[in-house]
Design a protein around this ligand. Structure first.
Ligand SMILES: O=P(O)(O)OC[C@H]1O[C@H](OP(=O)(O)O)[C@H](O)[C@@H]1O
Ligand SMILES: Nc1ccnc(=O)[nH]1
Length: 506
């Protein structure tokens, strides 16, 4: 069928086209089917149908497809196309049948080429979430994710890297670990994801201070110039499949185990990391509920690293309550910058950052065995880490003179008050994240939550235990209503319940 082209200037993250229902009927295709477009360049796209957005005889194309055409006045030939072969690989995974390396390559290729619909992508995510993957399959997935994107080859080695599996609110430690490590002369070109299950990933945080979207070549130049970088992996074309999968995981607020392994390790592999430290926060309502589960994940990460030629060390860390007291991009950056400026800030943040940076300093030979943490703390205290962070901010195009107090947070605020005297006996990370997200984080940088009382801390009736920040009033209202309904921080007197003895009180 010959159709005229009409461009919709919208990026939808897929090769998608719009057909009038009458044309779709004649072609015999339904929404979600594929068509092959034969014109100046041949490509396939996923169909959506409309009865009014495009008239019969016209093919509406979104930006991803538009980029493939040069001559807009020329009609194109549109025919029904077969389903992507990747769809049958996904079906195999749903049936829990083994797949081979070629099939995984084909699947990842189609993900990168934007040939899969969100329905197919979420089926893939769900299949691996429910059935898991073998060690071989995860290695192939990781390799395919590396091979379908850019690689950075550094002349200087060792290349150091750090990554957290996420899942604990307020985990802003990369903003301290990277400058500490770089200030000690080690190269650390760190790419991060945006939030997956949280209210602000490291990329969302760093964006408060400087741009984070760079090409791989630019990342290389920044890291070689100042020794470190803190950029968004999704913009670099490093492991480009990663961000397309995260886009589907984010609304489900899930991070399937094997996807997570591949997502993290592909980013490390693509930059040629030699030594990597992995942060595994453990605790109820994190991604890893128990230390045993954390140990298994550590073994899997170390094993996958070994298969890919990387030296991986893992740190199982405390994840039962947030790191520091702030959750949400600008609030977290303020807290982290304050530590760099003055060494003032929550112990949990300083301790954890120094411990992880210390492991890297030891792995890279910049500190003697068992003295890494001490060296890391000294790097913070001496101001060298702050100096290095300023250089990184400047190299990425931000203002190196920025102070923690300059960072704007949401102007609409509301508090949750303790209704009784007592102690915090329960702390629900998941609801804290949900409240911060409802308040607008991570997209509204100033939105989030400040936590005034953490697990075990004493509370007086009427104390504020939580402040919600938002940039928009209606988001504050939704977040506040949820906070009041869910009660994520439970305060009780230390005596929870009195159980009388057999003889009662004599
Ligand atoms: O949103 P959730 O799932 O908590 O975690 C995602 C965050 O965890 C990792 O942190 P880092 O890059 O090691 O600092 C990712 O890159 C991302 O920023
Ligand atoms: N799935 C992931 C978890 C944490 N970080 C990532 O980059 N990816």
């Amino acid at each position: 069928m010959q159709l005229k082209l009409e461009h919709f200037n919208i990026k939808i993250g897929q090769h998608k086209v719009l057909l009038n229902i009458a044309d779709a009927k004649e072609l015999g295709v339904n929404p979600g089917d594929r068509v092959r477009i034969r014109g100046h360049q041949s490509l396939s796209a996923i169909v959506d149908t409309t009865d009014d957005m495009v008239p019969p005889g016209t093919l509406g194309v979104f930006s991803e497809v538009y980029e493939h055409f040069e001559d807009w006045d020329k009609p194109v030939d549109v025919i029904p196309a077969f389903r992507s072969k990747a769809a049958s690989v996904i079906k195999k995974m749903m049936d829990k049948r083994p797949v081979v390396q070629e099939e995984i390559k084909l699947l990842v290729n189609d993900i990168v080429e934007e040939n899969l619909s969100d329905i197919e992508l979420s089926a893939f995510i769900t299949a691996s979430y429910i059935h898991g993957m073998t060690d071989d399959e995860v290695e192939w997935l990781t390799r395919a994710m590396i091979d379908t994107g850019d690689r950075i080859e550094f002349d200087n080695h060792p290349v150091m890297d750090k990554h957290s599996i996420g899942g604990v609110p307020g985990n802003k430690i990369s903003l301290l670990v990277v400058p500490i490590v770089a200030a000690n002369g080690l190269l650390i070109p760190k790419t991060s994801s945006r939030a997956i299950t949280g209210a602000g990933g490291t990329a969302d945080l760093m964006e408060v201070l400087s741009p984070v979207e760079f090409s791989s070549q630019e990342v290389k130049e920044i890291a070689e110039k100042v020794g470190g970088a803190l950029v968004w992996g999704g913009a670099t074309n490093i492991a480009p499949a990663d961000d397309k999968l995260i886009r589907v995981e984010y609304p489900l607020s899930i991070d399937p185990y094997y996807q997570m392994l591949a997502s993290i390790m592909a980013k490390k592999g693509a930059i040629g990391a030699d030594n990597v430290v992995m942060d595994i926060p453990v605790g109820p309502s994190t991604k890893v509920p128990t230390v045993q589960a954390g140990q298994k994940l550590a073994r899997d990460l170390i094993n996958l690293g070994h298969r890919l030629g990387m030296n991986v060390e893992c740190a199982i860390t405390y994840g039962s309550s947030p790191i520091g007291r702030k959750v949400g991009p600008s609030l977290e950056v303020r807290e982290a910058l304050n530590v760099l400026e003055s060494m003032e800030g929550p112990n949990s943040l300083i301790e954890k950052s120094a411990a992880l940076a210390g492991i890297l300093l030891e792995m890279g030979g910049a500190a003697p065995r068992d003295r890494g943490k001490e060296v890391a703390l000294e790097t913070l205290r001496s101001g060298k880490a702050h100096e290095k962070m300023k250089q990184i901010i400047e190299a990425q195009g931000g203002d190196p003179g920025i102070k923690s107090d300059d960072i704007q947070v949401g102007q609409y605020t509301a508090d949750i008050f303790a209704s009784t005297d007592g102690y915090v006996i329960e702390f629900d990370n998941k609801w804290i994240i949900e409240i911060a997200r409802l308040a607008g984080a991570p997209n509204d940088k100033g939105a989030g939550v400040a936590i005034h009382k953490k697990m075990g801390e004493q509370v007086k009736k009427g104390d504020s235990i939580l402040t919600i920040y938002a940039e928009k009033e209606f988001k504050l209202d939704t977040a506040l209503t949820t906070a009041q309904r869910t009660n994520p921080i439970i305060v009780e007197g230390m005596l929870l319940k009195r159980i009388p003895g057999i003889y009662g009180f004599q």
